[in-house]
Ligand binder design. Structure first.
Ligand SMILES: [Zn+2]
Ligand SMILES: [Zn+2]
Length: 50
């Protein structure tokens, strides 16, 4: 079984089958990665570094 992960380059959250991004915020951020190099999904595993 293949694990799908979020397409945002800085995000490694798992996504559900058929989805590309873990959250809408992550999808929005991925449209402009130059400005959003950290995803804003709010998951503890991403972007938790201050
Ligand atoms: Zn994330
Ligand atoms: Zn994500």
């Amino acid at each position: 079984m293949e694990v799908q992960t979020c397409e945002h380059p800085a995000c490694s959250c798992q996504v559900k089958d058929g989805q590309k991004f873990c959250t809408d915020g992550c999808e929005a951020a991925s449209r402009d990665v130059a400005k959003n190099d950290l995803c804003k999904c709010g998951h503890a595993s991403c972007g938790s570094k201050s």
